[in-house]
Design a protein around this ligand. Sequence first.
Ligand SMILES: NC(=O)c1ccc[n+]([C@@H]2O[C@H](COP(=O)([O-])OP(=O)(O)OC[C@H]3O[C@@H](n4cnc5c(N)ncnc54)[C@H](O)[C@@H]3O)[C@@H](O)[C@H]2O)c1
Length: 363
Amino acid sequence: MRASFDINSSTGIYRVSLGEGLVQEVTASDAHRIFIVDRHLLPQVAFVSDPIIAVDASEANKSLERIAPIIEALKHHGATRETEIVAVGGGIIQDIATFVASIYMRGLRWHYCPTTLLGMVDSCIGGKSSINVGALKNLVGNFHPPASILIDLAFVHSLSPEQQTSGLMESVKICYARGAEAFADYLALRPTAPLQTDTAFAIIEQSLTTKKWFIEVDEFDQAERLLLNFGHTFGHAVESATHFAIPHGIAVGVGILMAYKYAEVASLLSPAGEERARRLVDHVQALLQPLRHTLAPLIRIDAEVLLKHFESDKKHSQSHYRVIVPVEDGELQRLSVPRSAIIQALICNAFALGAGIAVRGGI
Ligand SMILES: NC(=O)c1ccc[n+]([C@@H]2O[C@H](COP(=O)([O-])OP(=O)(O)OC[C@H]3O[C@@H](n4cnc5c(N)ncnc54)[C@H](O)[C@@H]3O)[C@@H](O)[C@H]2O)c1
């Protein structure tokens, strides 16, 4: 099982390779390399003889405050402008490596081996970094695409079903955002955790080739790519209000259900759109069903508290909230809605109803 394709970006073309045993291949060149590795995965890179900077994959570590020690460690290991960084880990290591590689001596080449399904199906392409500042999640960041991406399927198998489901949520989001055909192709793969290797391969390939369209037509998040924030505006509120007890991808799944409920309470869907969006809701609920214990804290959170977290999302303007919801025939649209009491009541309603169908099922 092996696939590869190229991504066109403003800084050049980079290759995405998908298969088995790829992490070993990254050490084949004679470049001066320094690895940045999720500490938890050190045994899986035991063959590496280059210097390794081990980092715990915590939100606290992908913060502006913790970037300086990593830069000092690069210097300590003799990094020059010719040094290539190899990042091995999930979205947290990716965010750290993208940011550090973009600013160390004004920019180093870097390679990325994503190890979570979320990283493999979504975040590994697109070149974005998002760094926390204190308690403010993903407040700063930039674009610095890697020189290559090596997706080694061996990493899928050490992920828990919950971690795999987290990745599937981003995959659903991408495929639904692209349109009815991409979503039907995705569902035909029968995605569910735990994943067999061939299903994981097919889902990763389908998600990335679908996301490729978004990032090539709109690399810098001005129009089409913004649709990939579907589920995230509500989801970030869920994540931060639960103090990250609900992992990112799972919160995105809940956020998708809340966005659907917003469309419903604001009467934005036609009957045909309702039917199409219901297929999405059914699938997301089926994926969340085994995770009721993880979602339990949601029920205890007041919608007003969620609204406070929702309001701090960087996608809103001073006067308007930005929400991505299914409208009319079920296509996603990015709406700009005034920060009025009526809209706030609709959002709170969507929070409560979305949390209810996430935790208890039903519709
Ligand atoms: N820059 C982007 O484009 C982008 C996009 C989406 C999400 N993100 C960010 O990514 C972060 C979430 O990343 P994530 O969900 O990929 O995971 P993560 O990096 O937060 O890791 C989650 C957990 O999984 C463990 N882990 C990683 N790989 C494993 C493996 N193969 N087997 C067993 N355990 C493994 C880690 O040690 C950690 O405990 C968030 O901070 C989010 O904001 C960034």
